[in-house]
Design a protein around this ligand. Structure first.
Ligand SMILES: *Cc1c(COP(=O)(O)O)cnc(C)c1O
Length: 400
């Protein structure tokens, strides 16, 4: 039987059309874009075309607002570090409790090593940002605000465009980790004031190890990687040509498919979600269901371990994830579940299903066929369930 891959927020399969676009850049088109001969200039032209494909996906005003990086993590690091360096007299960062480790562990490091003050804004039980706490944290010392556009574990969306406006009222820069949003929901950087935005190739059917940082024209930028004058002096090192071409193609495809895929994927996701919640008692959807990426759902099953669910699902040929890939293997529930104060008994059993344009109705049928049995089996083994399981099978309304 064909395996069911529902872990697309961890990574996606490279689209065959992306691979095809990349291949010539390993062979005939091997030139260095900086070279003064046609091997180089031809590659230079293709790099510019890739930049324009990404520009179109983001609705950016200029292609030179994009800097190619090694991925989402580097883009996030480069944005925060640049802001701290260019915003003289300001040494505070504001971020949220549910950011990716690419932001949170950098902030922790900066707090310890550079004495930077980091304000970590909490979220409510739905995963929505505490706007009052955010307003209070903003001030004349704020160098940069970094708030993710879409959460990788729950799909919950932050109102980044409004958050950017508030940041600008105190003269702070606004960065968003949009790795999970880009290619899934429409983005138009011409119609908002976001200063910097991170994206990653492998979350949108592009290659791994390539990403981009958008830096709005007029925003000062200090490079993270120094050396040659590539990327207009903002990111040194010979361009990763095949991957950049692949990212460009992936961006073009994402834009071309976005409208139809948003609707199709949302319908698949909703059928999976309501099917599981109806068939299985004592489980609930985490995150804000009204304000969410169309491809993501995260369901917390009470009294069982997410790892055990994943293991049995994997045996049945279904791939999903518990918490985030980065935290699996540890015994603590993910920082996102903890930030939403999901009860301990449920946070351990939270499973993320994330779709892509490669999924179809058969995938949903398989999950609905297999997963209820897995949950039931695991619960009969759980001592907590045996004690409490006779109670009515209602999900916790506080979280939905
Ligand atoms: C995957 C991810 C990243 C990291 O991107 P890489 O390209 O893997 O470095 C950062 N932020 C979010 C929200 C992500 O989902």
């Amino acid at each position: 039987m064909r395996p069911v891959y529902l872990d697309n927020n961890a990574t996606t399969r490279v689209d065959p059309r992306v691979v095809e676009a990349m291949l010539p850049f390993f062979t005939e088109q091997f030139g260095n874009a900086s070279s003064m001969h046609s091997f180089g200039s031809e590659v230079g032209t293709s790099l510019k075309a890739a930049r324009q494909q990404i520009q179109a996906l983001l609705g950016a005003a200029h292609d030179h607002e994009l800097i190619f990086t090694s991925g989402g993590t580097e883009s996030d690091n480069a944005a925060i570090l640049s802001a701290l360096d260019t915003q003289t007299g300001r040494d505070e960062i504001i971020t949220s409790a549910v950011e990716h480790p690419a932001i949170l562990s950098l902030c922790e490091y900066l707090e310890k090593s550079r004495g930077v003050t980091v304000h970590v804004i909490p979220v409510d039980a739905r995963g929505l940002l505490d706007i009052e706490a955010y307003r209070k944290a903003l001030g004349p010392k704020t160098a940069v605000v970094s708030m993710m556009w879409a959460n990788n574990e729950t799909g919950t969306l932050f109102p980044v465009e409004q958050l950017a406006e508030l940041a600008h009222e105190v003269g702070a820069l606004f960065h968003t980790d949009a790795v999970q949003a880009v290619g899934k929901i429409p983005i138009d950087l011409k119609s908002n004031t976001i200063d910097m935005l991170s994206l990653s190739g492998h979350k949108l059917h592009g290659p791994k190890g390539i990403g981009a940082l958008y830096v709005r024209k007029g925003v000062r930028f200090r490079p993270l990687v120094r050396g040659g004058h590539q990327e207009r002096g903002r990111r040194a090192g010979t361009e990763n040509t095949p991957s950049i071409i692949g990212l460009g193609k992936a961006a073009e495809l994402a834009l071309a498919h976005m409208e139809e895929e948003q609707t199709r994927i949302r319908a698949l996701r909703d059928r999976l979600e309501s099917g599981l919640v109806q068939q299985i008692g004592r489980c609930f959807v985490t995150g804000d269901t009204r304000n969410r990426l169309p491809n993501t759902c995260n369901i917390a099953f009470e009294y069982i371990e997410g790892e055990a669910i994943l293991l049995l699902m994997n045996k049945a040929g279904i791939a999903a994830s518990s918490g985030s890939a980065c935290t699996s293997g540890s015994l603590e529930p993910s920082h996102v579940m903890r930030a939403m104060k999901v009860p301990y008994t449920a946070a351990h059993g939270s499973i993320r299903f994330s779709f892509s344009r490669e999924n179809d109705g058969e995938d949903v049928d398989r999950v609905l066929d297999v997963v209820p049995g897995i949950i039931e089996k695991l619960r009969t083994l759980s001592p907590f369930w045996r004690k409490d399981g006779e109670k009515p099978a209602e999900f916790n309304p506080t979280y939905n």
